[in-house]
Design a binder for this molecule. Structure first.
Ligand code: ADP
Ligand code: F6P
Length: 332
C-alpha cells in the first residue's frame, strides 16, 4: 500500500453509505453484499443509495441490514440500481452531494463503479467526504488496478457468443465481424479476440490496421485455405456493419456483422468476479475501520490492496500491444 491516508484523531466510524454508479457490471451485487455484511459485522450502519449519484442528490436512500443482500451474490446487475448523473458533473451538484453526505453523517461513502464514478468520488473527497472506491466495470479500463469487477463474466459471455457465431460462420464459409463493448478501451476486444481465435482485432487505443489492410488480409487468408475469418471490433472503433459490407463487396466472401451489445453487461457473475468483489468489498470496510481516507481498492501483482484515490486516477492508461501481437501470430 502506498501513502496511506489516515484521519488524525479518527473517531470510530459509525455510518457509511454505498452506491453503484455508471455502467453496471456482473459482481456489483457481490461487492455490495461484502460491504454491507462486513460493515454490519463491525456494528456500522449502512445506508444504501439508489441510482448512484442521482439517488444521493435526490435522497433516494434506505438503511440496509444483513438480509437486504440475501440471495444476491449470484445475481447480475445491481440491486441498488445505477445511473449516469449529469448533475454530478457540475460544481453545484458536487457541493450538494457533499453536503448531503454530511447531513447524513456518513463517515465514508463507498462508490462502486468505473473511471467516471471515481472522478465523482474524487470531487466529493475534495469537499471533505471520505470516498472509498471499488472498481466495478466490464471495461477493465482503470490503470490503477489489474482487475475490475465484471470483466471476467463479460469476456466469457463475449467468448461464448463468438464460439456460437464461429459454428455457423464456418458451416457457411463466411466471414464474421463481431462488435464487442468498450467505447474507450479495447480490453474486451483483445481478450475475446485472443480466446475466440480471431484473425484481426480493432481497438480504440491503437490505429492498428486500416479497413483496406483487413480486407487484404482476408483475401490472403482465403488463398491460404482459411474457411472462416473472425474480425473482432471494439465499440469505440465501431462501423462493424459497414466493414462487413465492404468486406463482402471487395472479397466476394459472404460476411455478417453481429453487435453483442448489452448482453455482455448481464448474467450471473463468474467465480472470479464474485471472489474479487467479495474481497474488495471486505477490504473497503477494513480501510474505513482503520481510519483510512479516500482509497481505491486494487488488485496488483496477485494481491488485493488499496491506494490513494487521487494518485490512482493520475495513473496514465497505457496500451500494451503484446496481446495484439500474440493474436496475430496465433492466427497464421
Ligand atoms: P463509469 O463510472 O462506469 O466510468 P461514467 O463515466 O458514465 O461511468 O460515470 C458515471 C457517473 O459518474 C456520471 O454519470 C457522473 O455522474 C459521474 N462522473 C463522471 N465523470 C465525472 C467527473 N469528471 N466529475 C464528477 N462526476 C463525474
Ligand atoms: O460500462 C461500460 C460500458 O459497457 C462500455 O463498454 C460501453 O461503451 C458503455 O458502458 C455503454 O453504456 P450504455 O449502457 O449507457 O449504453
Amino acid at each position: 500500500m502506498s501513502n496511506v491516508n489516515v484521519r488524525e484523531n479518527a473517531k470510530k466510524p459509525k455510518k457509511i453509505g454505498v452506491l453503484t454508479s455508471g455502467g453496471d457490471a456482473p459482481g456489483m451485487n457481490a461487492a455490495i453484499r461484502a460491504v454491507v455484511r462486513s460493515a454490519i459485522f463491525h456494528d456500522l450502519k449502512v445506508i444504501g443509495i439508489k441510482r448512484g449519484y442521482d439517488g444521493l442528490l435526490s435522497g433516494d436512500i434506505e438503511e440496509m441490514n444483513a438480509h437486504s443482500v440475501s440471495d444476491t451474490i449470484q445475481r447480475g446487475g445491481t440491486i441498488l440500481l445505477t445511473a449516469r448523473c449529469p448533475e454530478m458533473m457540475t460544481e453545484e451538484g458536487q457541493e450538494k452531494a457533499a453536503s448531503i453526505c454530511k447531513i447524513l453523517s456518513l463517515d465514508a461513502l463507498v462508490v462502486i463503479g468505473g473511471d467516471g464514478s471515481f472522478h465523482g468520488a474524487l470531487e466529493l473527497s475534495r469537499r471533505g467526504v471520505n470516498a472509498i472506491c471499488i472498481p466495478g466495470t466490464i471495461d477493465l479500463d482503470l490503470a490503477c488496478t489489474e482487475y475490475t469487477i465484471g470483466f471476467d463474466t463479460a469476456i466469457n459471455t463475449a467468448m461464448d457468443a463468438i464460439n456460437k457465431i464461429r459454428d455457423t460462420s464456418s458451416s457457411h464459409e463466411r466471414c464474421s465481424v463481431v462488435e464487442v463493448m468498450g467505447r474507450h478501451a479495447g480490453f474486451i476486444a483483445l481478450w475475446s479476440g485472443l480466446t475466440g481465435g480471431a484473425e484481426e482485432v480493432l481497438v480504440p487505443e491503437s490505429e492498428g490496421k486500416t479497413k483496406e489492410e483487413v480486407i487484404e488480409q482476408i483475401i490472403e487468408n482465403r488463398a491460404k485455405g482459411k474457411k472462416h475469418n473472425l474480425i473482432v471490433v471494439a465499440e469505440g472503433v465501431g462501423g462493424s456493419a459497414s466493414l462487413a459490407k465492404q468486406i463482402e463487396q471487395l472479397t466476394g466472401i459472404e460476411t455478417r456483422a453481429t453487435i453483442l451489445g448489452h448482453l455482455q453487461r448481464g448474467g450471473s457473475p463468474s467465480a472470479v468476479d464474485r471472489m474479487h468483489a467479495s474481497i474488495m468489498g471486505y477490504t473497503a470496510v477494513q480501510c474505513i475501520l482503520n481510519g483510512e481516507t479516500n482509497r481505491v481498492m486494487i488488485y496488483k501483482d496477485g494481491k488485493h490492496a488499496s491506494m490513494d484515490l487521487e494518485q490512482a486516477l493520475a495513473i496514465e492508461k497505457s496500451y500494451n500491444g503484446e496481446m495484439y501481437n500474440i493474436i496475430k501470430i496465433l492466427a497464421i
